[in-house]
Write a protein that binds this ligand. Structure first.
Ligand SMILES: [Zn+2]
Length: 284
């Protein structure tokens, strides 16, 4: 596995990559632009070169791009839907320019129109978009905690979306442990993990998982509330997280922390927990 974390925009792209490398990360997740803005930055060729160079120098690979939180492909509100499609397209394009193979997207929210309408719109929108995904980039649907009107909490839903799009499209899954837990999947012990993985196997298959978001959860299982916790300090707990990590994941699986208080000393603490869970020594 390749370990890394999500880094916020503060200080800019190059600083984030350098900081990730200094912390011993092998992979990194970032937003391109502000997560709460509709404007995707236009990357000039010199800037693309600069970013690609620092990624190479720092051996950060793969780079994972998280889409802005605003993007919602399941909303019936026309203006939001159009803006969402445009921003997602720009994000996919920027990922291609930076050589990032994965773009993570939360399965949207129906915001009141009803589950089936939301799903139908999400699927038909994706059907139009997948033909335009630039080469070398895969769009990953992230499972959510299932709060409110959000669609993507259950593996059944994610499976339905992937089946509707059919085989051969550049679509995969980003599995968030805290979201899975909050939705109701048990990860706290070996029996729960086995059931959860069986559920994944039934609905889309674990080979579809290309990135893991590795977080503990401070909310109870099934609460549908999304609150990430420091590793080992949440309700999934050390034993559960350790067990999850020792599942036979592909060797190159990016495992990314989105733990609280990012940008502080907590980053090094959470990364060292992650390495110790996996049985790897900390870099000196
Ligand atoms: Zn996540």
């Amino acid at each position: 596995m390749r370990f890394g974390m999500h880094m916020t925009q503060k200080g800019g792209f190059v600083k984030n990559v350098q900081r990730a490398a200094a912390l011993g990360c092998q992979t990194l997740q970032v937003f391109i632009g502000s997560p709460t803005s509709w404007n995707a930055p236009r990357l000039e060729p010199a800037e693309i070169d600069r970013r690609r160079r620092v990624l190479q120098e720092c051996a950060i690979e793969p780079l994972v791009i998280h889409t802005a939180y605003l993007v919602n492909l399941a909303t019936q509100k026309k203006e939001f839907h159009e803006k969402s499609c445009l921003l997602l397209q720009q994000t996919l394009r920027n990922a291609h320019l930076l050589g990032a193979p994965y773009v993570v997207l939360h399965v949207g929210s129906h915001v009141g129109s009803g589950f089936q309408e939301g799903m139908d719109l999400f699927i038909s929108t994706l059907q139009e978009m997948v033909t335009n995904i630039p080469p070398g980039v895969e769009l990953l649907l992230e499972n959510t905690a299932g709060a409110g009107t959000s669609l993507g909490g259950s593996f059944i839903t994610i499976g339905k979306i992937l089946q509707s799009l059919g085989p051969g499209v550049p679509l995969g899954v980003c599995l968030d442990t805290a979201h899975a837990w909050a939705y109701g999947y048990d990860l706290a012990g070996p029996a729960g993990l086995q059931d959860t993985m069986a559920e994944i196997g039934r609905h889309f298959g674990r080979e579809k998982i290309k990135v893991v978001h590795f977080n503990d959860s401070s909310t109870p299982r099934g609460s549908r509330r999304d609150r990430h916790a420091h590793l080992g300090e949440g309700l999934i707990g050390t034993a559960g997280l350790k067990g999850f990590l020792h599942y036979p994941w592909p060797e190159e699986m990016p495992v990314i922390l989105e733990t609280p208080e990012a940008g502080t000393d907590w980053d090094a603490i959470n990364l060292s927990h992650l390495r110790s869970y996996a049985g790897e020594p900390s870099p000196s």
